[in-house]
Ligand binder design. Structure first.
Ligand code: IMP
Ligand code: MG
Length: 174
């Protein structure tokens, strides 16, 4: 059994336009304030780069590695494998995520940053799969909603492959 990329769901142009649209909202919603972007490695890398370039506010970036996934299925257990390096107390944290699926990972991270004394915590996700939600997580800044499909590319992987594709496609078994 192998995996290839099937139907293309979103092109680079579509994703970048969406990133611009969301950054514009951030620029308005946080006018006069600064942002602390926390990217979830490794998946959010490409999306984060697109969004941050369009932000006109004073901005710091940091990264966290949290994982709840094995292959195509979640284990439901979230572990923080690499913590952020800066101090988020009193900051407006925006978690930059590739995709919100069951919500397990984000549910834990929201709590985690609030516990570290963040002034506010919101989620900016490239994709959202609401039909799979198990934890009550609702990204305020959301790129595209998709059906219950396993997708790859633009940072998203299948067992660490395909992250470099410059578009988002459906993973196809063959
Ligand atoms: P959650 O905790 O179930 O919301 O899992 C979120 C994480 O699972 C994402 O950050 C991705 O790393 C991974 N994930 C969920 N769905 C997909 C998918 O369709 N393709 C690739 N990775 C996915
Ligand atoms: Mg991820």
């Amino acid at each position: 059994m192998d995996v290839t990329v099937g139907r293309i769901l979103f092109t680079e142009e579509q994703i970048r336009a969406k990133a611009k649209e969301i950054a514009k909202r951030l620029n308005e919603d946080y006018k006069g304030e600064s942002l602390y972007l926390v990217g979830t490695l490794r998946g959010a890398l490409v999306w984060m780069a697109d969004v941050m370039k369009e932000i006109e506010l004073e901005t710091e970036i940091d990264f966290i590695v949290a994982s709840s996934y094995q292959g195509m299925d979640t284990t439901g257990v979230v572990t923080i494998k690499k913590d952020i390096e800066g101090d988020v107390s009193g900051k407006n944290v925006i978690i930059i995520e590739d995709i919100v699926d069951t919500g397990t990972t984000l549910f834990k991270l929201l709590d985690y940053f609030k516990g570290k004394g963040a002034k506010s915590v919101e989620i900016c996700s490239m994709l959202n799969k609401p039909s799979r939600r198990k934890a009550p997580v609702n990204p305020k800044y959301n790129g595209f909603e998709i059906d219950d499909l396993f997708v790859i590319g633009y940072g998203l992987d299948y067992n660490q492959r395909f992250r470099n594709l410059p578009y988002i496609g459906v993973a196809e078994l063959r």
